[in-house]
Design a protein around this ligand. Structure first.
Ligand code: HEM
Length: 493
């Protein structure tokens, strides 16, 4: 827990003070939590360039000059290096990823289809969840209710990849095992390879990456993904050209490949849909799976929460089925997920930004242009805010809802300087509504259809990687299908 202890100690020794930490990204400045409000809408603190410095020259340049520009740019996620193309796309300030996350992915969650046979988006997610759980926990085809031991991380990642792919790519590709394997592996290897490459000085990375096994693997997965997706993109483009030529109406494709083509054309920017698809997986699948796994591990450690959760879910689903409002009214479930996230967010600091011009903060401290900053997320474990902050209490945020003025803040989707796990302000995670829906739906299915507990002796401790906290990669669970009872609502299937 090196850096975690270091930053906690620094926070205690210099409360409310700004301090510096040396990380694998170089020197970063930790701002105390109260600065979250101050910087949240200040455009001098850039979200995009904090990840990438993809300068205007670079995006305009081509061929050799483009490579040279890339070599000159210090980039955390190595934009411009083969295999890391998603970083380059994510680093561009065209806002396509944010737009599509807000416009198509989030808004569609509330949509219910009018045709009686058709399911709304949440119904579709539920449908795919049932399929993904059966594949992962009943693969032996056992009809009997037997305990199966699984490594939680692997299974949860697979479930999230399947369910997310149904939303991003539709019915057909989400069942394509080749695509599923790539979407999981690329996402995981992207971060491993990026960290490995950061161990080398930025001016040699364009050469050494050819020799690093993790980068080689990433390159080959990137190429495999292109081989699966590019033919679909080309086919659709051909179809569009053909229909345009005949004057017929242009076909619309209701998945991420189609959305990005449309939005990029509307903004007159170039965007390769298959790279975009991989980028979408990169930002969403590991983050969602990590929180889901953490929830499963916390529930397994505090099994007394299971029965009240089952009651709440049955009650809500029986009366309302799948809808945005039914998910919102699962308040204990919401509290359980938020509490699991509070104890183990994905990072001990949030709101990673790069200062674009010299800024003097309200306390008189001047931050120089080019400084990288984070906001310290330690209020999530602050004893002044949380009673016994080191303990998991599934009811913590449910109780907080009954305190006047704290009702909204206590909800999982709310962000504040006290809870920075989804960031805060203008760049707060726009995908959190989808992630929360996916996690709630999967937990509803898991709780009503399965029992699970920790395998004896398994290690549930998260691992640290710099400032990142990752749910245990080795934790093992015993999972068993429950006998179906009349209490289980039809919505669960
Ligand atoms: C539990 C799951 C997730 C967690 C914990 C998470 C966390 C975060 C965090 C901490 C940020 C940075 C916020 C800031 O600096 O203020 C972020 C940004 C972002 N996230 Fe998520 N995320 C999750 C799921 C998703 C999903 C499912 C999507 C897309 C479908 C997504 C898309 C994005 C995008 C596009 C941004 C950049 C926002 C911007 O530039 O304004 N995330 N996320």
């Amino acid at each position: 827990m090196g850096i975690l202890l270091y930053s906690q100690d620094a926070g205690k020794t210099f409360p409310d003070r700004i301090f510096r930490i040396m990380t694998d990204l170089g020197e970063v400045i930790f701002l105390p939590p109260q600065f979250a409000e101050e910087i949240k809408s200040d455009h001098r603190f850039s979200f995009t360039t904090a990840f990438e410095k993809v300068c205007a020259f670079q995006t305009a340049a081509t061929g050799y000059f483009r490579s040279l520009m890339c070599a000159l740019c210090v980039q955390d996620f190595h934009a411009g290096i083969p295999g890391f193309e998603t970083a380059e796309l994510g680093g561009l300030e065209n806002g396509l990823l944010q737009l599509i996350t807000r416009k198509q992915l989030t808004r569609n969650l509330g949509k219910s289809h009018t045709a009686p046979s058709a399911m709304g988006q949440l119904g579709t997610l539920s449908d795919e969840t049932a399929n993904a759980l059966a594949i992962n926990f009943e693969s032996s085809g056992e009809a009997a209710q037997v305990w199966t031991e699984v490594v939680a991380k692997n299974r949860v990642l697979d479930i999230v990849a399947r369910v997310s792919s149904r939303i991003y790519l539709g019915d057909e590709l989400c069942h394509d095992e080749r695509w599923l394997a790539i979407t999981k592996l690329y996402t995981t290897h992207f971060f491993t390879a990026a960290t490995k490459l950061r161990m080398y000085p930025s001016n040699v990375r364009r050469l050494v990456h050819w020799l690093i096994p993790e980068c080689k693997l990433l390159r080959s997965q990137f190429n495999d993904a292109q081989q699966i997706l590019q033919p679909i993109v080309n086919h659709r483009r051909g179809l569009r050209r053909a229909t345009l030529a005949t004057g017929e109406s242009v076909p619309e494709f209701g998945d991420a490949l189609g959305w990005v083509e449309r939005e990029a054309a509307a903004k007159s920017v170039h965007c390769n849909p298959s790279i975009f698809q991989l980028l979408l997986s990169t930002v969403s699948i590991n983050t969602t799976a990590d929180l889901l796994e953490q929830c499963m591990l916390c529930i397994a450690q505090y099994p007394s929460i299971i029965s009240p959760l089952r009651e709440e879910i049955c009650h809500v689903l029986r009366h309302r089925g799948w809808s945005k409002s039914s998910l919102a009214s699962m308040k204990l479930l919401d509290s359980v997920i938020k509490e699991s996230q509070r104890l183990k967010p994905t990072s001990i600091a949030a709101m990673r930004r790069r200062v674009e011009e010299n800024v003097t903060l309200s306390n008189g401290v001047t931050l120089k242009r080019g400084t990288r900053v984070y906001v310290d997320a330690s209020r999530m474990w602050d004893p002044n805010l949380h009673h016994h902050p080191e303990q998991w209490d599934g009811y913590r945020f449910l109780k907080l809802r009954s305190i006047p003025g704290r009702e909204t803040m206590a909800q999982l989707a709310s962000t504040s300087p006290d809870h920075l796990a989804f960031g805060h302000g203008e760049h707060a995670c726009p995908g959190r509504f989808l992630a929360i829906s996916v996690i709630k739906i999967v937990l509803c299915h898991l709780l009503l259809k399965y029992d699970w507990m920790l395998s004896p002796g398994t290690d549930v401790k998260p691992v640290t990687n710099g400032i990142l906290l990752v749910a245990s990669p080795t934790a093992r669970l015993l999972v068993r299908r429950r006998r179906r009872t009349a209490a289980v609502p039809d919505a669960i299937g």
